[in-house]
Write a protein that binds this ligand. Structure first.
Ligand SMILES: C[S@@+](CC[C@H](N)C(=O)[O-])C[C@H]1O[C@@H](n2cnc3c(N)ncnc32)[C@H](O)[C@@H]1O
Length: 221
């Protein structure tokens, strides 16, 4: 009998994300690029847009924003108008090329970057919506290391509904920690990110056993 164990070797994140869009693993048959139901279902999108618009328009002067893992920009297209400057970033090159063609404005820029590896654009506020949940703890850590450069963080994560052990590790890709009864909490071990202020902006419970989508606002020291 062959006793050799087949070890799951992680694909590079860029390849994994490219494949998700090519093979429509997050759905969306007719769209060229589709970032998943979380980016499109009105019951998930509209309440999010409302709370983030309220935050962005609460400043006397519009602020600058960077959207890390902007996806198909179905969300960002509703937000950039409330900012002084909006940089939308994703790891998938042809998605960024597509977005550049589709969405044009003076205060809007698209950049193809790996947020775990590359230097991030500067801004007052960073938006991370349902991105860290797809990344391994090593990649989450390297993003978290750069978050202190921003004054505000608007972080959205898909989490289990009840008490759970946060930050169980996964291989970066299509899936999230929910299947391990876990989810990302950057304030908890092993990330232990320190914030001056935190506020839950939104909590959207899904059907039984499908968890809850939480959006938090953090103000950084
Ligand atoms: C589930 S989608 C969410 C899209 C968008 N934030 C939204 O809420 O509609 C996650 C996005 O993160 C991008 N992404 C994943 N890892 C990344 C990385 N290391 N650097 C940049 N983008 C990444 C993926 O390509 C994908 O477009």
């Amino acid at each position: 009998m062959n006793q050799k164990k087949t070890l799951k070797k992680p694909w590079p994140t860029k390849k994994a994300m490219e494949q998700i869009y090519e093979q429509k693993l997050w759905g969306g048959n007719s769209d060229d690029f589709y970032s998943g139901s979380g980016s499109h279902y009105p019951e998930l999108v509209e309440p999010y847009i409302k709370v983030v618009q309220e935050f962005l328009t609460s400043f006397a002067e519009p602020i600058t924003v960077v959207d890390l893992g902007c996806g198909d920009f179905n969300i960002g297209k509703r937000l950039f108008i409330h900012t002084k400057n909006f940089v939308a970033v994703d790891i998938v090159e042809n998605l960024i090329a597509y977005n550049k063609e589709k969405f044009k404005a003076e205060n809007l820029e698209f950049r193809c970057l790996d947020i775990a590896k590359d230097r991030l654009p500067k801004a007052d506020c960073v938006i991370l919506r349902q991105v860290l949940q797809h990344l391994s703890n090593a990649e989450v850590q390297s993003v978290v290391n750069k978050l202190a450069d921003f004054k505000y963080i608007i972080l959205t994560e898909h989490l289990p509904k009840r008490n759970f052990i946060p930050n169980k590790d996964i291989i970066s890709g299509q899936g999230i920690r929910l299947k391990k009864q876990s989810g990302v909490d950057i304030l908890k071990f092993p990330f232990n990110f320190n914030v001056k202020y935190e506020k839950e902006l939104l909590s959207l419970p899904l059907e039984t056993n499908k968890g809850v989508i939480i959006t938090c606002l953090y103000e950084v020291f």
